[in-house]
Ligand binder design. Structure first.
Ligand code: SF4
Length: 408
């Protein structure tokens, strides 16, 4: 059985370092101006070069997404970036547009190419077609079942296959969606999605426009189009049996807190599944961990039962569930003083339920013990405050603190 890599989103340098710290095998990130998660989820070429250096030191691979559906005006930049990415030493570039593929192959013939899920690859013939054009790996369409994926993997063992196992689901086929462009003028296919599928809507009958139909509870509006998030941690042995090379987590726009939690949880689970697939048991606390990140309810998508209602993908009751959030990150461990220096990333009040996430454990932190540099107690801190907590064991720089949110 193949041991697939764990592939984690890294929208910036900090998230890349977080993913490495919590045990990923590979990260993917956007390339300035050319990825489908623009602005907050792209790195400049200088950041990417530094990211590749840091990742390769830890034997972690870096894939760079250039998966926009390019217009003519993009092509010069595509050619330029392909050469630069090869120079920097990224481990692969992710594309979805055939023209972009042709330019990359010409400008950087030795740069491995992965085909994005946006290309909507759903069968063996299409996998062979792209492989024949020089594509090394294919991120399969999320609309496939595990049975179909297993068939493809058996038929084309020479091609690496990648599968999403966790994260947000687009409502449209393979994320090819016009909703954002239509409603806001910002195109999802250019990396500018404004996520209107997560907005609240009403449903009305044509002849009674003033009487919106109540879809859930007694609310006037509901999240009619908001898809649940994918979560496949309970089914890793079936995924391993399908024979894919890479398990991908969605979420380049998400926080370092999200990256820390999904990386370490799937690391634990994947290692357990590879070690003993027959005896694999999804630990309840892994599910609890995944409930502590922002999500919209979970689904297994189309993987298990493609023809019935299993997708049950829309969650009209609510947009996001969020019980915990990022509190801060560790800047330094001071063994002589028995302290950690933390940069707060949110408001934190003495008494807030706070935890420190380590790659192998979760430590409760007494937030009433928060002090300033002189050891004076701090009753509350704000974003970017530098504070100290007592700490007996060594803690890595970049470790993440979370806090339970008020009222949950
Ligand atoms: S609006 Fe929703 S379904 Fe459409 S691309 Fe954006 S996230 Fe996906």
């Amino acid at each position: 059985m193949k041991k697939p890599e764990l592939l984690v989103p890294a929208g910036n340098l900090e998230k890349l370092q977080t993913a490495i710290l919590y045990g990923t095998d590979a990260v993917y990130t956007g390339v300035e101006g050319l990825s489908l998660r623009a602005t907050q989820a792209e790195m400049t070429m200088a950041e990417l070069a530094e990211g590749v250096r840091l990742a390769h030191q830890r034997k972690v691979k870096v894939y760079a997404a250039m998966n926009i559906f390019a217009r003519n005006r993009d092509l010069t930049l595509v050619r330029q970036r392909a050469g630069e990415l090869a120079e920097i030493g990224v481990d692969a570039v992710i594309i979805s547009d055939p023209g972009v593929l042709a330019i990359v192959r010409q400008a950087a013939p030795r740069l491995p190419v992965h085909l994005s899920t946006q290309a909507n690859t759903t069968n063996t013939a299409t996998v062979r077609f792209w492989h024949g054009l020089g594509v090394k790996r294919i991120v399969l369409a999320r609309e496939l079942s595990l049975a179909e994926i297993g068939e493809i993997a058996t038929a084309v063992p020479e091609v690496e296959l990648e599968l999403f196992v966790h994260g947000a689901m687009c409502l449209a086929v393979s994320g090819r969606c016009l909703l954002s462009a239509y409603l806001t003028g910002r195109s999802a296919n250019r990396g500018e999605c404004t996520h209107p599928c997560r907005w609240e809507y009403t449903l009305t009958e044509r002849t009674r426009p003033d009487e919106p139909l109540v879809v859930t509870g007694d609310k006037r509006y509901s999240y009619l189009l908001s898809a649940k998030d994918l979560r496949m941690i309970e089914h890793l042995p079936e995924i391993l049996a399908a024979g894919v090379s890479s398990l991908k987590i969605e979420g380049r726009m998400k926080t370092v807190y999200y990256v820390a939690v999904v990386t370490r949880t799937y690391r634990w689970a994947l290692d357990a599944a590879v070690k003993d697939p027959a005896g694999y048991r999804c630990e309840p606390f892994w599910l609890t961990e995944l409930d502590k990140i922002s999500h919209r309810g979970y689904t297994t998508g189309f993987y298990l039962k493609p023809k019935d209602k299993a997708f049950a993908g829309v969650n009209p009751d609510q947009s996001y569930r969020k019980t915990h959030g990022l509190a801060g990150t560790v800047l330094a461990y001071r063994p002589a003083e028995g302290k950690i220096l933390v940069e707060l990333r949110n408001h934190l009040v003495a008494g807030d339920e706070t935890e420190l996430l380590l790659p192998d454990a979760t430590l409760p932190l007494d937030s009433t013990a928060m002090t300033d540099e002189d050891g004076q107690p701090i009753k509350e801190g704000h974003n970017s405050y530098r504070v100290y907590f007592p700490m007996e064991r060594e803690v890595p720089v970049g470790a993440v603190l979370r806090r339970r949110l008020d009222g949950v």
